[in-house]
Design a protein around this ligand. Structure first.
Ligand SMILES: [Zn+2]
Length: 475
């Protein structure tokens, strides 16, 4: 957007012009939540409209669009820990004197860069010109002090796939926040609303997973390395009918929650018990199933994370979470999250999940997560296996696992070092889930409905390969 004033016949869209002979109108995957990393300064500032930071003004600018987005949603992270970068597939908004090293155009207030593939929006970055005198206000424009809020609404309109009506061929004369020059119009106009309605007015109906007295949303976070040291998730499906799941490998979007060494580009492979490849994914946003995955609000925040929707027969399955690699992009290492969502579209269900991975220290321990659905308490058995992995020729097993169970508020529910010391040891034996080594950890608590995490570390800071397992004792 540049400084000045203008005015009246139709919105225009941005296009993927990779093939100039067949331009494709740009849009995000329908039903997606587009998460914007707001890095507009941590300092408190008193702005004319009462906002106390440009992050707050930007969040309100994003929220200005939300009521008009039937099949898309904006979310945001204020003071994001994600360093703005081109090519990280994170959507950043920040101030700078340059646009990733390039000069701003004459009079340019802000620039939004778009990355896309096959007409699908992949990444956007919005840079506000630091050389401009900014405030946040409504009403007539008062240069040389420019209104950040309306410029942000304009830029976030570009993020949605709208272009400048006044620069279209033929030129459109409409009242619109999307006109190239900022003026007295301080919010979206009917033409802007018509534009996003044309793009996001239709899409798959939103879905949700029914609640019930089962283990829901099974997950494990760990470090995935290369070779044999990738993160390996296992799960079992019990019942007589096929069951439907969404399986995800979340990686770089973990950096928005402060994980500094999140894996950059995850891929997932799903195998059956005979080691036949059942399904695989690298970049979820270009998969045919992407809108369905998003309809469950299970769209990974980062476009190049991996997600699958699969219908599986009862049995045992293994998912490998690893770094994408190719002849030009070597595999990397980092923290990743394996997740299993039982969509509960049949009576069959996932009854346990296990993940084998590398246990380090600090943020690099292994963390199992699950939700107890329903309205009554449920007994689960949780195990942290280390030394006995050597029997399956796993190199460098964690010599003495330590297990902590925490509730969704982070409160410690139970801790265990050596399973025979657990007050539930007799239950663990009766369930035929006694670990093979006395150094291993296990517990069998009855838990109230809610979310829990099982943290596996090495006693006294030891590191190595471990297995975290969560079993539904009464499926
Ligand atoms: Zn613009």
């Amino acid at each position: 957007m540049v400084a000045a004033v203008s005015t009246s016949s139709g919105y225009v869209r941005e296009f993927d012009t990779t093939n100039p002979n067949a331009p494709i109108p740009l849009a995000w995957v329908k039903d997606r939540t587009v998460q914007i990393q707001l890095s507009l300064g941590n300092n408190q500032v008193m702005l004319q409209d009462g906002f106390t930071s440009f992050n707050d003004s930007a969040a309100d600018a994003l929220n200005t669009w939300n009521p008009y987005l039937a099949h898309l949603h904006y979310s945001w992270i204020k003071n994001s820990p994600v360093t703005p970068a081109q090519g990280d597939d994170e959507m950043s908004a920040f101030f700078d004197t340059k646009v990733f090293g390039m000069n701003f155009g004459t009079d340019a207030l802000a620039v939004t860069l778009l990355n896309y593939r096959n007409g699908n929006m992949e990444e956007t970055d919005t840079v506000f010109n630091k050389a401009v005198s900014w405030d946040s206000y409504r009403g007539p424009l008062t240069p040389p002090v420019f209104d950040f809020h309306r410029v942000a609404i304009h830029e976030f309109g570009h993020v949605l796939g709208l272009d400048h009506p006044d620069q279209a061929t033929p030129k459109q004369n409409v009242v619109a926040i999307m006109n190239s020059r900022t003026g007295d119009l301080d919010t979206v106009a009917q033409d802007d609303i018509d534009g996003v309605t044309a793009i996001y007015g239709t899409g798959p109906a939103y879905n949700s997973i029914p609640n019930g007295p089962v283990l829901m949303n099974l997950s494990t976070r760990g470090t995935t390395n290369t070779g044999d040291n990738v993160l390996i998730g296992g799960f079992a499906i019990q019942g007589s009918q096929p069951a439907q799941f969404i399986i995800r490998a979340i990686a770089f979007s973990l950096s928005a929650s402060g994980i500094a060494d999140a894996l950059a580009d995850s891929a997932i492979e799903l195998y059956d018990v005979n080691r036949n490849l059942v399904a695989s994914d690298d970049d979820w946003f270009v998969s045919n199933d992407a809108p369905t995955i998003a309809s469950y609000h299970l769209d990974p925040p980062n476009s190049i994370e991996a997600a699958l929707i699969v219908t599986l027969n009862p049995g045992n399955y293994t998912a490998i979470v690893k770094s994408f690699s190719s002849s030009t992009q070597p595999a990397t290492t980092g923290v990743a999250l394996f997740e299993l969502y039982d969509l509960r579209t049949s009576k069959s269900r996932a009854i346990n999940v296990s993940t084998r991975g590398q246990v380090g220290t600090g943020n690099d321990i292994m963390i199992g997560g699950f939700v107890i659905g329903g309205s009554t308490g449920k007994r689960v058995v949780i195990r942290a296996i280390g030394p006995s992995l050597s029997q399956s020729n796993v190199p460098n097993p964690l010599s003495d696992p330590y297990l902590e169970l925490r509730d969704s508020s982070g409160n410690l529910v139970e801790a265990n070092d050596d399973w025979q010391q657990s007050p539930e040891a007799t239950t663990i034996i009766a369930d035929q889930l006694a670990p093979a080594s006395p150094k291993e950890s296990a517990m069998a608590p009855i838990l109230a409905p809610g979310g829990y995490t099982a943290l596996v570390s090495g006693a006294r800071g030891t590191t190595g390969t471990a297995l975290v397992e969560i079993y539904d004792e009464s499926p």
